[in-house]
Write a protein that binds this ligand. Structure first.
Ligand SMILES: [Zn+2]
Length: 162
């Protein structure tokens, strides 16, 4: 694959597709600031890379690309509708379901029951206390991550299946 982002003599960083394992490009480090806006040249390079990645998704993974576009549209609709109040009560649960699906898609952290049990086992509690702490921690996790019994209902087709 031709790679128009590689610059000879520069340290590069591989960009690999997680879907097919393909090496897409090896651009030089962008040196993006953690906080704040990158300069215009860096922004242009990142946009160029994103366009290459989008073309890869369109050509090699059209179903995943279409699903991604559905998420973009759903998020855009959600943002727009969030600025309004509706007397039609059927819109509110639908809006909440979209928000929950987007949250499920973008949340990074989770804890399994095994993770919680491992952490709690280091506290030196008796078995009854361990059970109470686990129940509390699991309920808190479920509420914060909106999983298990705390997972919101999603009327209609699910954006995200977890
Ligand atoms: Zn791929």
């Amino acid at each position: 694959m031709s790679n128009h982002l590689v610059q000879p003599g520069k340290i590069t960083h591989k960009v690999t597709c997680t879907l097919c394992g393909g090496l897409i490009m090896e651009p030089p480090a962008f040196n993006l600031p953690i906080v704040g806006r990158p300069d215009d040249e860096t922004s242009r390079k990142v946009k160029k890379m994103t366009e290459v990645l989008q073309r890869h998704m369109q050509r090699k993974h059209p179903e995943q690309f279409a699903l991604g576009m559905m998420h973009v549209i759903a998020f855009s609709d959600w943002l727009t509708m969030s600025a309004f109040e509706f007397e039609d009560e059927t819109l509110t649960p639908r809006q909440e379901a979209t928000r929950a699906a987007i949250f499920a898609l973008v949340r990074q952290n989770t804890f399994t029951d095994a993770n919680l049990l491992h952490v709690i086992s280091t506290l030196g509690l008796d078995p009854d206390e361990e059970k109470r702490v686990f129940d509390f921690a699991a309920a808190l996790r479920n509420s914060m991550l909106e999983i298990g019994p705390q997972q919101p209902e999603q009327p209609g087709p699910r954006l995200v299946t977890l």
